[in-house]
Design a protein. Structure first.
Length: 284
């Protein structure tokens, strides 16, 4: 990928973090940690890879995306707003009574959302269903999904893994957000799901391990996955709360909104990072 494009995707990820923070702060509730850890993945999908059209959100040949870890929807809402599916100002209404942007994405209300998610483990199964449908209908669209590392403690994830391999769903690419933390602490201490790469490989998937904050590595992994005849999982090592000093690698910020003082610190840090990224994008 060209350097200029990489820099501009980094800028998009930085802005996704800013908008995600604003969503959670204004709602006074939500999940900042995991929203911040998936920013580069979301930026790459919505600003580089996926075939989507904000003027026609339900076009039949669009690529599908399923946020299986639906509680991190602030990052998804940010990307959808930035792409023009709805106004950016609407981000401030997240979780408010009457808003279409609730704490988990609703496919019946939010343009650009392909699946309502929230109950962990279910989203990846829905993504498998979409991929099977595409295969049987000879449709050319791809299906992308993001699952969490804590989510892999759900048995349904492994049922979906078995299903995808059995039906040779090489049109399914799943990103696993391996930030090592869930609401109760380190995933390896709560109920250890590792080694995740070996387990997915044993189920018959094409597996890659990458730095989930590197757009270049994300791009390379997706291109490799395109050439595989198996369903693909890209295990992305990330930092929970990425970009906010006091949130990084801190499970306390899995599902808690910052107060006014905390928000001021976080806002200044993320704003500064966004301004640096925007300048880098501008100058190439």
């Amino acid at each position: 990928m060209e350097r200029e494009k990489l820099l501009c995707l980094d800028e998009a990820a930085a802005k996704i973090r800013c908008l995600s923070l604003e969503a959670v702060f204004n709602a006074e509730s939500g999940h900042p940690g995991g929203s911040l850890s998936i920013a580069e993945i979301i930026a790459y999908l919505y600003f580089e890879r996926m075939n989507v059209d904000p003027s026609n959100p339900e076009m039949p040949d669009r690529d599908r995306f399923v946020l299986s870890k639906g509680h991190t929807c602030p990052a998804l809402y940010a990307a959808l707003a930035m792409r023009g599916f709805f106004p950016e100002e609407e981000i401030k209404t997240v979780r408010r009574l009457g808003s279409r942007l609730q704490g988990h994405p609703d496919m019946h209300k939010v343009p650009g959302v392909d699946m309502s998610t929230g109950s962990l483990g279910h989203g990846i199964s829905a993504a498998c269903g979409m991929a099977v449908k595409a295969k049987r209908s000879c449709d050319r669209y791809k299906v992308f999904a993001i699952i969490g590392d804590g989510e892999t403690q759900e048995g349904q994830v492994w049922e979906a893994a078995m299903f995808a391999a059995h039906y040779k769903l090489n049109n399914l690419i799943t990103f696993l957000d391996f930030n090592h933390l869930q609401i109760d602490g380190d995933v390896r201490e709560v109920m250890n799901p590792t080694p995740l790469d070996e387990k997915f490989a044993a189920f018959g998937w094409y597996v890659q391990n990458i730095d989930g904050h590197s757009i270049e590595e994300i791009d390379s992994a997706v291109k490799n996955a395109d050439k595989s005849d198996k369903p693909s999982v890209i295990i992305c090592t990330t930092v929970k709360g990425k970009g906010v000093s006091y949130m990084e690698n801190n499970a306390d910020w899995h599902g808690k909104a910052p107060n006014k003082d905390d928000h001021e610190v976080a806002f200044l840090e993320l704003k500064a990072a966004h301004e640096r990224a925007r300048e880098a994008c501008k100058n190439g």
